[in-house]
Every structure is written in structure tokens, then in C-alpha cells.
Design a protein around this ligand. Structure first.
Ligand code: PLP
Length: 413
């Protein structure tokens, strides 16, 4: 026992910044970056990323504390501002996304709120695509207006509609694509070009696509936000969020807001999430293939009126989706031909697929948006968006597609 602790203590230890390690001389594939980027080993040389479960950090001297606070060194100060495990997650996700920076947050909603709140003030205007996750809608439609920030919601991909809504007062354009739950696709290039003409910052909620299937910065957007709770964890364990974009946005807007309002990701959750990034490419591609097969199956079913899936040629967003996404995605929604009662009966008959409002999980999950995830939307908007009582959303997981198709076909009988 004594010997063991001596040998441990005799080893060098401490956080090694990534730039002190040798780097490959070529550009790595995103699949490799998901496994390797951001890795900062301690002197113990551990293979798995270390969990630095600490709130604070110590200094070698009073002078080092002074210079650390003056931002002259890379020393971590306090886990609300930065933590080595959180930094590994942030660096890895930034590499996967192809972004200059990433700031992790405690949930997708804190990422969404901070990404906008850090840049707006009273009198500013926001323009958003109308089809979105309901908590995002509450932020834009109920919370920000209390501070004199107004939001206008635009439907569809009509450039004239977007141009009419945008003005010099527009500070932020917020877009969710594909949208939850109807999988509407917004043309990111078209919206970004129009938004930039009036000097607005384009923020994309990229939760439904994940960094594996869509990178909005490549299509003109300025900022990307995630709920890491979804595909990034992808195994139903922790909440998390992330904001990615340019250094300019981080330095001039986000950094101070995050630091002093504290929507920080916990080191433990960051540790779960950094390990999840190692498998995200494999997982999301498989889920995407499963979803494509299931959407094609559902499309042939008499009891189903319409199938919304951007990977089907019949989907109105099929062409734009092909231009900006690497697949139709992992989520399908469909309109059942029958009453809400019949629909609930069908859901209750499923034996593999679980009833749950989460998505992006390795387990396939089905939900009824009108009564759960999207109940906070104004009924008129819900009707306008087409989220009626017969619509169900299916988040396709990693089970074998034959079992998922069998489960659905038995339940539809
Ligand atoms: C889940 C979700 C969010 C919110 O993320 P949380 O981690 O639950 O806070 C935001 N946008 C979309 C599209 C989502 O699906």
C-alpha cells in the first residue's frame, strides 16, 4: 500500500495543454476528431479522459493568482468559468463542428437563451422561423418581450417573406432546421444571406440534425446551438448544451454573459458527453439509416396519411435538405388516419419503441407532440404549423430496423 502511493506520487502530474503535444501534420477526418480532439492527458497518461470534479483551482503563489486573473496564463480559475473536463468537451465539439470556439452549458435551453440574450437589448428585434421547439418559442414569445425585445415569426422558405420581416432593427435571426416535430427544412444559405444584408446574426438550433449530419456554419450561419442532451449524449443520461461560432462573437458577446450568469455545464456531465462524442458519428449514421428505412415503410401504410421525413422525395424540403444535410435525419413524424384515441391505442400497442418525449436516444422513442412537447405553443400557431392531434413523432434509435418495423406494423394492425 505504502509502495503504491509512493510510485503514484513519484510520477509527474498536472494538466498538459494540448499545444504541448505533437500534432498530426495533416487535417484529420471529423470521425477522428470526435475521438481525439481536445484530449488533454494528465501526467499519468490515462487513456480515458479524466474527470476533474473540482470547483476551484490552486496557485503556486499569490503572484500566479494575480496573473491568472489578469488572463495572462492558461490557469483555470473556477469551474463556473472553465474546467479541464469541460474544456476537453468544448474543444472536441468545436473541432467536429468546424467552429472557432465552443462554450458548453448546463442544458440546451440555457444554450439557446444565452446565445441570444448575450447580444440583444431593449428595442431590438428578432426574426425566427416559426416551426420550433416549444421552450424556444416561450423564450422568444414570452420571456424576451418582457424586456422590450420583440420577435416576429416567419413561415416557410419564401425569400420575400423573410426580406419583409428583416430590418435594420433585426439583431438576431433564429432558425431551427429540420424543425421539431414536422421536419420542415429551412434554406440556411438563403436566410443567412438575407439576414447579413441587414447586419443580423444568424443563430441555428441544430439539435435535430446533430453535428454529424449538418454544419450550419458551412452554409452561412454565424452561431450554432445544441441540446447535448439529445444525439450528443445519445444514451439518455445527462443534460447539456453548447454554443459554437466565431471568436469575435465569443469575445464581444458571449464570454462575459456566460461567465457572470453561470449557465455552466458540470464537469461530470462534460465527462459523459466527451466520451459520447467518440461514438456520435457511428450512432447518428446508423440511426439515420434506420430512420430512412422506417420512413419508407411508413409511407406504404394505409393507416398513415402523411409521413414527414426530409429523406423522402415526397417531402417539400427534400432538395434543400440534400444541399445542406448528410441524410434525412433520425426523426420522423407522421399523421395518423384516425382519431387521437385510435392513435393512443396504436402507441400503447408498441412493445419495443418506448413512449417518451426525449429524442436522439439509442432507444427508439415515440411521442404525441400536441399534448406533450408542443403543448405550450398557442393553439392557433400549432394549427398553422400542422401539429394537430393526429401527429406523432418517432425518434429512431439504434435497435435493428427489422424489429422497429415489425413493432410498428404490429401496432398499426
Ligand atoms: C431538446 C431541445 C432543446 C432544449 O434542450 P434541453 O437540453 O432539453 O434544454 C432545444 N431545441 C430543440 C430542437 C430540442 O429538441
Amino acid at each position: 500500500m505504502g509502495d503504491q502511493s509512493k510510485s503514484v506520487n513519484s510520477r509527474p502530474w498536472g494538466y498538459q495543454p494540448r499545444d504541448k503535444q505533437a500534432q498530426p501534420s495533416w487535417e484529420l477526418h471529423p470521425d477522428t476528431l470526435g475521438i481525439r480532439a481536445g484530449l488533454a492527458r494528465s501526467g499519468f497518461g490515462e487513456t480515458g479522459e479524466a474527470l476533474y470534479l473540482t470547483s476551484g483551482f490552486t496557485y503556486e503563489s499569490a503572484e500566479q493568482a494575480v496573473s491568472s486573473f489578469a488572463d495572462e496564463t492558461d490557469h483555470f480559475l473556477y469551474s463556473r468559468f472553465g474546467n479541464p473536463t469541460v474544456a476537453m468537451f468544448e474543444e472536441r465539439l468545436a473541432a467536429l463542428e468546424g467552429a472557432e470556439f465552443c462554450t458548453a452549458t448546463g442544458s440546451g435551453m440555457s444554450a439557446m437563451f444565452a446565445s441570444i440574450a448575450c447580444m440583444v437589448e431593449t428595442g431590438d428585434h428578432i426574426v425566427a422561423s416559426a416551426a420550433m421547439f416549444s421552450s424556444c418559442y416561450v423564450v422568444l414569445n414570452e420571456i424576451l418581450p418582457k424586456w422590450g425585445i420583440t420577435c416576429e415569426f416567419v413561415r416557410g422558405n419564401d425569400p420575400d417573406l423573410w426580406a419583409k420581416a428583416l430590418s435594420k432593427k433585426t439583431k438576431v435571426v433564429f432558425v431551427e432546421t429540420p424543425s421539431n416535430p414536422l421536419l420542415e427544412v429551412v434554406d440556411l444559405r438563403m436566410v443567412s444571406d438575407l439576414a447579413h444584408k441587414v447586419g443580423a446574426t444568424v443563430i441555428v438550433d441544430n439539435v435535430m440534425a446533430s453535428p454529424v449530419l449538418q454544419n450550419p456554419l458551412q452554409h452561412g450561419a454565424d452561431v450554432v446551438m445544441y441540446s447535448a442532451t439529445k444525439h450528443i449524449d445519445g444514451q439518455g443520461r445527462v443534460l447539456g448544451g453548447a454554443i459554437l461560432g466565431s471568436k469575435e462573437y465569443q469575445q464581444n458577446h458571449l464570454s462575459q454573459f456566460i461567465r457572470h450568469t453561470g449557465p455552466t455545464l458540470s464537469a461530470f456531465n462534460a465527462w459523459v458527453l466527451v466520451k459520447s462524442l467518440e461514438t456520435i458519428s457511428m450512432r447518428v449514421h446508423r440511426m439515420n439509416d434506420n430512420a430512412q428505412a422506417i420512413a419508407e415503410f411508413l409511407d406504404t401504410q394505409k393507416k398513415i396519411k402523411t409521413v414527414n421525413y426530409p429523406g423522402l422525395a415526397s417531402h417539400p424540403g427534400y432538395e434543400i435538405n440534400k444541399k445542406q444535410m448528410r441524410g434525412g435525419g433520425t426523426t420522423i413524424s407522421f399523421e395518423f388516419d384516425g382519431s387521437a384515441d385510435d392513435l393512443f391505442k396504436m402507441m400503447n400497442k408498441l412493445t419495443v419503441i418506448d413512449i417518451s418525449n426525449n429524442l436522439g436516444d439509442s432507444k427508439s422513442l415515440i411521442t404525441h407532440p400536441a399534448s406533450t412537447t408542443h403543448r405550450r405553443l398557442a393553439p392557433e400557431l400549432r394549427a398553422e404549423l400542422g401539429i394537430n392531434d393526429s401527429v406523432v413523432r418517432l425518434s429512431v434509435g439504434l435497435e435493428h430496423s427489422s424489429d422497429l418495423i415489425r413493432d410498428l406494423s404490429e401496432a398499426l394492425k
